[in-house]
Ligand binder design. Structure first.
Ligand SMILES: O=C(O)CCC(=O)C(=O)O
Ligand SMILES: [Fe+2]
Length: 298
């Protein structure tokens, strides 16, 4: 009885959205080496190519050596850490304003939504300064826009809860977004290992783990994999203003869990390439997201 109900539900899901269901999802994991999904990989890569071709030569020009090296690292690993990048005054200003706006979302986290931030604290976009924009322009060979920005405060969670429940993306995962997206994470409070930093695994090791070992978010033992295969786990520690660019669709990652009495205040920008110069470094909802997530946004 139970089985037949499950089969009917599966058959319905398969008919309404075949690409978002098994066996397509399983094939996509093997082909792409991430868990973002079929449409997310196909549309994401198409968008990268389209935007780069249409942005013209100016955005494909060679960058300075310093920027060029950072872009190489970002392309190779899907992860780039910029220690203490934002200046202290900007960090303090944002932190003060965002902490006035923050609201509880659960027992363990507080947040400010994208809509509220853009209305009441639009200076968050100052984080995407000339250096970050140059890195991203060179990386994409295209203009960029910000699709979404979120502020969160993560607080400590009892160990037995954090091990069994997903309280705030604390299980290893790849984001289900178009793979053209890059996340720009910024800590607004000094963050050491006890503050529950973001953890991430580079692109190539993620591919091999997803193809061989990773099955489900809560059963993945990353530290065993690190010890056995030498896959480095990057931990985003640093003083307030430290920033990390991550291809969160292609790199397994998770939130660390703050120890008792500790917390982490952080911002996450979701950035896409665009061929439209007028959108560069501004907030703009990405139309590709509508194709990849037909049910989520109207
Ligand atoms: O560091 C974190 O809290 C997790 C972040 C995350 O999963 C994401 O931004 O996609
Ligand atoms: Fe994530």
């Amino acid at each position: 009885m139970q089985l037949s109900r499950r089969s009917v539900a599966y058959a319905k899901a398969l008919v309404s959205d075949p690409l978002a269901n098994w066996p397509f999802t399983a094939v996509a994991r093997t082909v792409f080496g991430n868990t973002a999904g079929v449409r997310q990989n196909l549309y994401g890569e198409a968008q990268r190519i389209y935007c780069s071709l249409l942005s013209g030569k100016s955005k494909r020009a060679t960058a300075s050596d310093e920027i060029g090296m950072k872009v190489q690292e970002l392309r190779r690993n899907g992860i780039l850490l910029l220690d203490g990048h934002c200046n202290a005054k900007l960090v303090e200003r944002l932190r003060e304003r965002l902490n006035e706006l923050v609201e509880p979302v659960s027992e363990f986290a507080e947040a400010v939504t994208s809509e509220k931030i853009l209305q009441l604290c639009p200076e968050v976009l100052d984080v995407v300064d000339n250096k970050i924009a140059s890195i991203l322009h060179t990386y994409y060979g295209a203009y960029i826009h910000v699709d979404d920005v979120l502020y969160r405060v993560h607080r400590s969670v009892p160990k037995e809860v954090a091990e069994n429940e997903e309280v705030f993306s604390n299980f290893w995962h790849c984001d289900s977004s178009p793979t053209s997206e890059i996340a720009l994470l910024v800590v607004l409070s000094d963050t050491d290992l006890s503050c529950g930093p973001t953890h991430a695994i580079a692109k190539q090791p993620t591919k091999s783990v997803v193809r061989r070992t990773y099955r489900q978010r809560h059963t993945f033992a990353a530290s065993e994999i690190e010890a056995k295969n030498g896959h480095k786990i990057h931990r985003m520690v640093g003083k307030a203003g430290t920033l990390m660019l991550v291809e969160t669709t292609k790199c397994l990652h998770k939130a660390g869990v703050p120890a008792q009495g500790k917390n982490r205040e952080w911002l996450a920008f979701r950035i896409f390439p665009t061929a439209d110069r007028a959108c560069d470094r501004k907030f703009y909802k990405d139309p590709v997201y509508r194709f990849t997530h037909p049910k989520k946004r109207g």
